[in-house]
Design a binder for this molecule. Sequence first.
Ligand SMILES: C[S@@+](CC[C@H](N)C(=O)[O-])C[C@H]1O[C@@H](n2cnc3c(N)ncnc32)[C@H](O)[C@@H]1O
Length: 224
Amino acid sequence: MLADRRAQRIPLQYLTGSAPFRYVELAVGPGVFVPRPETELLVGWGLDAIAGQSRPLVVDLCAGSGAIAVAVATEHPGAVVVAVERSADALPWLRRNAAATSVRIVEGDAVSPATVPDLDGHVDAVLSNPPYVPLGTPVSPEVADHDPPAAVFADHDGLGVIRGLVTRAAALLKPGGVVAIEHDDTHGSAVPDLLRASGAFTEVADHDDLTGRPRFATARRLAD
Ligand SMILES: C[S@@+](CC[C@H](N)C(=O)[O-])C[C@H]1O[C@@H](n2cnc3c(N)ncnc32)[C@H](O)[C@@H]1O
């Protein structure tokens, strides 16, 4: 019975095979991170930032199930959306969820300059929910036993992927383009500091999630 399996702390979304995210239902299961409500706020911020543009170029780095990419493509039909993911286990879910959209899927390392180099300097918005939990942080059984570790944890300080994303976002964005990066609730100062220290951004800000905890940092690309 489903209730018995849920009592074993298997994530509800793995049992139903579906996760709601803003206006879409995403197929999920073993091998892919279950989208979380806090990421819906990041997407809302990104959509507001590109609202006045008829054909913005948006890149979702660390796309997982495609939650960010598919939501943006659905809510801003004029957007050209590229989703980057490197996990062989997550990619089939991403392909399935993006199948009915125009999202371009790229298999690769989101922090490598060799991934989508053709987009450097052309992107209007980089949106990302990367792995960001510091190694050793206690997590629930649902996360510990079911979310892919590479989707959750990022080095001892949780910033291992985010450091590379800051650099990569600076290269991808055109002047005036925006970046939003979700982060651990202990990193409400650290991620804005990384954005400021890069020297590439202005309007650096941090935003809380629905529980009032620091959850994502945003910034605007300066001209070189
Ligand atoms: C926290 S999950 C987020 C997935 C999705 N963006 C969401 O919000 O539901 C992080 C994702 O990043 C992927 N990932 C981790 N490191 C990566 C890297 N260097 N390049 C590309 N993808 C990466 C993981 O496989 C995982 O799918």
